[in-house]
Structures are given as C-alpha cells and as structure tokens.
Design a protein around this ligand. Structure first.
Ligand code: UDP
Ligand code: MG
Length: 330
C-alpha cells in the first residue's frame, strides 16, 4: 500500500493557552511519520476553530504561515465540539485516506497516532482510543461517567466505555458517517453503528496541561441527555411502567377507601389524599417533560438547519476560477 494521506483534526474552543504546545507536539509527530515514510508527505494537522473569542484563530494563522503541515478552519460562531469534529471530517475526509480526531488539550496520548495508522494500514476502518484508567479525572466525573455508561448499556445503547472522541476513521468510514444527517450529534453512539472493521488501542488519559475544561457540568449533562434521547426511547417507555405501577397502587387505594367508606369513617384521609395529589402531579410532570425532551429533538431535526457555518476554510484547495464561474451561472 502506498503511504496514506492523514489529516489530524483538532477542535479548538478558546484554546490559546494550549495551542502553542499542542501544535508543536502534533506537528513533530506527523513530521517524524512523514520522514519515516509511514504517511504521505502532504499529511496535515487541521485545527477547527469553533468560534473562539480569544487568540485561537490568530495562533492558527501563525502556525499556517510557519509550516504548511498546519491548516485551519474557522466557524462563524460557536457550534459545539461535535459539530467542529463533523466539519473537520467532512472537509478533510474528501482529501485524506484517513482522519484522526484528537482534543486540543492533548489529554489523549498523541503518541498513539503512529499505532492508529499502523492498524489502519492492516485493514481497520475505525481505530478507537480507549482510556484504560480515569485516575486523572475527578471522583465526581469518574462516578458520573461510570453510571452513564452502565445506564446506556441498560437501555440498549451500544457504546464503547471510556472511549471519547479520540479515533481514526478511514476515508470510507467518514463517507458512511456523513450519511447520518441528524442535528443532535452524539458521535460516539453513531460510530459503533457503522459496523465497519474496528480495533481498539488503550492509553492513559492525562490531566489537561493548561487552560480550563470547555465542558462545564451544565454542558456535560446536556451532552449526556443528548446521548440518551438521540439513541433510545427507553425513557418514554419507562413512563408506561411507571403508569402501571401507579394504577396498581391506586387499585389498592380504591379498596382501602371503600372499606373506610363502609365503616363510616371518611373524614380522615386528608393526608393520603394530599400526598397522592402531589405525588401523581409530580409523576405527570416528569412524564410530560420526558416526552417534551423528545418533541424538542424532533423540532430541531425537522427544521434541518445547517449544523455549522464555516467562515474561513484554509484547508480545501482554492477553487479554480472557471469552476467558480460555472457555479455562479447555475
Ligand atoms: N471544544 C469545542 N467546542 C466547544 C467545547 C469544546 O471545540 O464548544 C473542544 C475543546 O477545545 C477541546 C475539546 O473540544 O479540544 C474537548 O474539550 P475539553 O477538553 O474542554 O473537554 P473535557 O476534556 O474537559 O471533557
Ligand atoms: Mg479535555
């Protein structure tokens, strides 16, 4: 096999603190691989600026000017991590034999890139980076992540535990992935559904070396909810079970009330009445909100809005003038 052209995609949201080091590390890994003729000489690192408000884009432009191994894509505003990955893959997938996505903070081990490419050359269409321990995470993050994965397994969603968005996808896998048109993106749920030949590589995840996490608790919860409601209707089905339990309890209550009525003691019972009123009200509201969550998803999907808007694309080759005028005529 001729050496493959690889593009390493790095989503960046306000990452001015980490980019100088990340670019240096990723750049030198790719350069070494090019020199060792493991990958094609025009392989690149593509930074996707997800609407940063700090100096991220200025830095990317500087890297581009210094070394042609670096390239950049800039969103018109913040569209989120998953969309930044999607845009990078769409743009780079067309011109690469394989793409690798990795976070800008290098928490995922960039040295695994070489091994990922080796697996790709041996025939894997997808190579997943999987954390073999989470000691660098806070106890809270570890606990919630573990619960999340076991809940997802329980409701029948296939996920690879401890795999985030550090992975290699072949040109073919990217093509297939692009057929998934959903607005509510949860990539780590879609990838196992592709069913293509997959291998896993294990590594130790390090703490962020600079800057703050761009996933505060609120964003993390909404991402987890997206994962659940985009892949399973189990929560809606659970409302039915809940309803059946409530009906069973109400049958017992019916017998109890009848007995109380016939024994002529009907005044007390105010407490149980009030309790069931509040309890049932609560259950109904929960039920409605779960359904509302899905309706919200449908609402977002039917509008079919663009997932992102690219303001500047320094990666794709400049369009030829004759092609441009042809398009304008159309
Ligand atoms: N990120 C992004 N857009 C966002 C949030 C995050 O492109 O709206 C990028 C961020 O720059 C980083 C990656 O997604 O490269 C993962 O974010 P982070 O490291 O903050 O998440 P954590 O590792 O804490 O889960
Ligand atoms: Mg991180």
């Amino acid at each position: 096999m001729q050496e493959p052209r690889i593009t390493v995609i790095v989503p960046c949201y306000n990452e001015e603190e980490v980019l100088p080091k990340s670019s240096q590390v990723l750049g030198s890994i790719l350069t070494k691989m090019i020199q060792a003729q493991q990958i094609r000489a025009d392989s690149q690192v593509l930074f996707v600026d997800d609407g940063s408000s700090d100096k991220t884009w200025t830095l990317i432009k500087r890297f581009e000017a210094q070394n042609r191994i670096f390239s950049g894509l800039k969103f018109s505003r913040n569209f989120g991590h998953q969309n930044a990955l999607m845009a990078g893959m769409k743009v780079a997938g067309k011109l690469s034999d394989a793409v690798i996505t990795i976070d800008a903070d290098l928490q995922d081990d960039p040295n695994l890139i070489t091994e990922m490419v080796a697996h790709f050359k041996k025939g894997s269409e997808i190579v997943l980076g999987v954390r073999n321990d989470r000691t660098s995470d806070t106890i809270f993050k570890r606990f919630t992540a573990e619960k999340f994965y076991s809940f997802m397994r329980h409701i029948g969603v296939q996920l690879v535990p401890n795999h985030a968005d550090f992975r290699l996808l072949s040109h073919r896998a990217v093509d297939e992935l692009m057929c998934y048109q959903e607005t509510n993106l949860f990539l780590r749920g879609i990838i196992p559904q592709l069913g293509l030949k997959t291998s896993k590589l294990y590594y130790q995840r390090r703490p962020r070396f600079a800057g703050k996490s761009k996933y505060p608790l609120k964003k993390m919860i909404s991402f987890a909810l997206d994962g659940i409601t985009s892949f399973s209707v189990a929560p809606i089905k659970a409302i039915l079970s809940l309803g059946l339990v409530v009906i069973a309890v109400s049958c017992i209550m019916l017998i109890y009330t009848a007995v109380r009525f016939f024994t002529g003691n009907v005044i007390n019972g105010w407490t149980s009445l009030m309790m069931s009123l509040w309890f049932l009200g609560g259950i109904q509201l929960i039920g409605i909100s779960i359904i509302g969550e899905y309706i919200g998803k449908i609402f977002a999907e039917v509008k079919h809005r663009p997932r992102y808007i690219i303001e500047t694309d320094d990666y794709s080759p400049v369009q030829q003038p004759e092609l441009l005028s042809e398009q304008q005529v159309r």
